[in-house]
Design a protein around this ligand. Structure first.
Ligand code: TRH
Length: 355
C-alpha cells in the first residue's frame, strides 16, 4: 500500500512556510518512493518562486497546480471543504494551518480517520522535548492529533537534512580567501549600518532580500539573484559569513558549516528573544567567552536589540577577530546537527507502514 499524505500549508508571509513544506515533501517522496504528497495551500506563488527561482518564476506565476516527481508531489492552490474527501491517510497541518471549524463536520464523517499531525515550528527551547510526540483529541472531530516538534536533540522531531549533508565541509582556509558575505534578512534589519562595517573590512555584501534599495547598491553591495531551493544549499558555500533568517535558511546555514548570524522572525510579544537565546546558548556552548560575547553583540544588533545610542557600529570587525574560532565552532555544530537530521524518519515512525 502506498501512503497518501495531505499537507496543509497556509502562507503567513515571506517564504518560510512554503520553504519548509516543500523541502519536507521533497525529502519524503525521495525517501519513501511509493508515497504521494499533496500540498494544499492558500497561495501557490511562494512555491513557484522556490521551485523556479528568479527570473523563471515570473512565467509560471499563473499556475494553480504544480506536479513534481512524476506526480507523486502535487501542490495545489484553493483549499475547499469538498476536497476533504480526497485527503489521504495522513493529514499534516504545517505550522498550525488550522482546518476551519465548519469543515470539521465534513471530516468527522470520514472512516477510517487519518493520522493527524501538527507539524510545529522549530525551536531550541527546552520545553520542546516535553511536548514533542504528545497527542490530544480534537473536540470537533473526535480525532487524535499528534504534536510533532522539530528540534535539536534526540528527544525532539529533529531537522530536515540536505543534499550536501554527507559531503566534507568546506575547508576553513578556502573560506578565509572569500570576501563575500551573504545577507538574507527582514526589512527591519540595520542593513545600512552593516554595509558600512562590511565595506570598511573590504567585504562584498550579497543581499538576497527582495526589496533592494538603490542606496545599498551605491554603497558597494551586490544583489544575490534568487536561486531555486534545490540550488540554495550549495550556493551558500561560496560565502565567508552567512546572515540568515526565519527557519529554513537558518537550518541550511548550520548545515553549511559556516559561521552564521540569525535574524529571528519577530513576534509582537517579544517571545522570539527567548527562542533566539535558547538557540544561541546551545550553538555557542563550545566558544570561548570573548568570541561568544562578540557574536552575541552582533546578533543583538542585527535583531534590533541594541539601542541606537549604544551602537558602536563595530560589531562585525570585533567579531572577525575570532573568525578561526567561529569557523571551528560552526563545523563542530554542523556535525552535531547532522546527527539529528532525522525528521523524516522520526515522523514516519508514527505512521502506518508503506509498501
Ligand atoms: O522567508 P522566511 O523569513 O520564512 C519564515 C516566514 O517569515 C514565516 O512566516 C515564519 O513563520 C518562518 O520564517 C519562521 O525565511 P526562511 O524560513 O529561511 O525561508 C526562506 C526560504 O527561501 C528557504 O526555503 C530558502 C529559500 N531560498 C531559496 O530557495 N533561494 C534563495 O535564493 C533564497 C534567498 C532563499
Amino acid at each position: 500500500m502506498n501512503r497518501k499524505i495531505t499537507l496543509l500549508c497556509k502562507i503567513v508571509d515571506n517564504l518560510g512556510d512554503a520553504g519548509v513544506s516543500l523541502r519536507f515533501a521533497r525529502h519524503w517522496v525521495t525517501r519513501f518512493n511509493l508515497d504521494e504528497i499533496h500540498i494544499w495551500t492558500d497561495d501557490i506563488k511562494p512555491f513557484v518562486w522556490l521551485i523556479y527561482g528568479e527570473p523563471k518564476a515570473d512565467d509560471a506565476f499563473a499556475t494553480q497546480e504544480l506536479s513534481l516527481y512524476g506526480g507523486r508531489l502535487q501542490i495545489r492552490e484553493g483549499l475547499h471543504p469538498d476536497t476533504c474527501s480526497d485527503w489521504g491517510d495522513v493529514v499534516i497541518e504545517a505550522f498550525g494551518s488550522p482546518v476551519p471549524d465548519e469543515w470539521k463536520s465534513v471530516l468527522s464523517q470520514r472512516t477510517p480517520q487519518p493520522v493527524w499531525v501538527n507539524l510545529e515550528y522549530l525551536s531550541a527551547e527546552s520545553w520542546v522535548e516535553e511536548f514533542h510526540g504528545k497527542t490530544s483529541v480534537d473536540p470537533a472531530t473526535g480525532w487524535k492529533q499528534l504534536f510533532f516538534f522539530p528540534g535539536f536533540t534526540e528527544h525532539t522531531g529533529g531537522l530536515l537534512g540536505n543534499e550536501i549533508d554527507f559531503q566534507s565541509p568546506p575547508l576553513p582556509a578556502e573560506k578565509l580567501v572569500s570576501n563575500k558575505i551573504f545577507v538574507f534578512c527582514y526589512d527591519n534589519a540595520p542593513l545600512k549600518a552593516l554595509l558600512a562595517q562590511a565595506c570598511n573590512l573590504g567585504f562584498e555584501t550579497n543581499i538576497a532580500t527582495k526589496s533592494l534599495r538603490e542606496e545599498w547598491l551605491d554603497s558597494g553591495a551586490k544583489k544575490f539573484d534568487f536561486v531555486p531551493q534545490l540550488d540554495f544549499d550549495v550556493a551558500l558555500l561560496e560565502f565567508r559569513l552567512l546572515f540568515v533568517r526565519g527557519e529554513d535558511s537558518f537550518v541550511r546555514a548550520q548545515l553549511s558549516g559556516l559561521p552564521l548570524v540569525w535574524q529571528i522572525y519577530p513576534t509582537e510579544d517579544g517571545a522570539h528573544w527567548k527562542k533566539l537565546t535558547a538557540f544561541f546558548d546551545k550553538y555557542t556552548e563550545a566558544l570561548g567567552y570573548e568570541a561568544k560575547r562578540a557574536l552575541w553583540e552582533l546578533w543583538c544588533f542585527w535583531n534590533g536589540g541594541t539601542p541606537a545610542q549604544e551602537q558602536n557600529h563595530a560589531q562585525l570587525s570585533n567579531l572577525m577577530h575570532f573568525e578561526a574560532e567561529l569557523i571551528e565552532n560552526a563545523q563542530t555544530w554542523r556535525l552535531k546537527v547532522m546527527k539529528n537530521c532525522k525528521l523524516i524518519e522520526r515522523l514516519e515512525a508514527f505512521l502506518p507502514p508503506s509498501g
